[in-house]
Write a protein that binds this ligand. Sequence first.
Ligand SMILES: Nc1ncnc2c1ncn2[C@@H]1O[C@H](COP(=O)(O)OP(=O)(O)OP(=O)(O)O)[C@@H](O)[C@H]1O
Length: 306
Amino acid sequence: MAKRARLIYNPTSGREEMRKRLPEILQRLEKGGFETSTHATIGEGDALMAASQAAEREFDLIIAAGGDGTLYEVVNGIAEKPNRPPIGILPLGTTNDFARALNIPRDWEDACNLIVRNYTRPIDVGKVNQKYFINIAGGGSMTELTYEVPSKLKTMIGHLAYYVKGLEMLPRLRPIEMSLKCDELEIHEEVMLFLVANSNSVGGFEKLAMDASLNDGLFDVIVLKKCNLAEFIKIASMALRGEHTNDPNVLYFQTKKLEITSHDYVQLNLDGELGGTLPAVFTNLQSHINIIVDESGLSTYKHQRK
Ligand SMILES: Nc1ncnc2c1ncn2[C@@H]1O[C@H](COP(=O)(O)OP(=O)(O)OP(=O)(O)O)[C@@H](O)[C@H]1O
């Protein structure tokens, strides 16, 4: 019997490829055994609602078509449901960091073929207060600045690279006093930026969280301590090579739960979207959602420790 899939797509995402390709995508899914109905999102929060309804209606699969923003909403729509259909990803957005971390092809035909192969793996999901993320969360004055630049450059780490180029923004960075607490340690520091990562590939920084595995139940936490402009630029260039964790201004550790507080106003960035403010408790929900992945691309999924 054919499986029932719900295709949730952002018609404005990326180069608006979904508008052109929808009939062909539906045909391909049908041939591959997925009877698919569609929901075109109309604005912010709509993919979340659509995914929540799809879980309640017990679809066998939810396909998130668009950028990281659409996937983020789909994850948030199903994360609290007792029945969570697996997610297939059609990465047709401007930024698809998570799909890249999973080696999901950007070509729509290849991505459809992957979906119909229907090889799923459980992936950890991060819970922050009452919201969820699947790739990376972060905060600090640097991540606040990311909302001031054009949406095409929205992803936090993409912005980091952007800032390295656009040096005029850098003098505005300021350290913020924060407390980070977990079972393993307690830190009180002036912090430029903290990142709580689930995958090891974020934006242009493929080696940012080197030990990150998508289903080990652990976050990889990176904290950039107070530093000056020259030190910051040095660390950003080290981060491109995965060498930043050797720098004394960088703390790197793994934990399954983390509490971060500050007397300052600190916004949170969850998978590139605004996600509330500190204080926050980050909890790793191990293997919480099944995602369709490429069997041959599992090296990123299983991550080989050095
Ligand atoms: N029909 C719509 N019109 C305008 N905005 C929409 C529509 N549907 C969804 N959105 C919004 O677009 C946001 C970004 O979408 P998404 O990440 O899928 O695409 P993107 O092309 O990667 O995004 P961006 O161009 O903003 O980087 C979503 O978080 C959602 O709030």
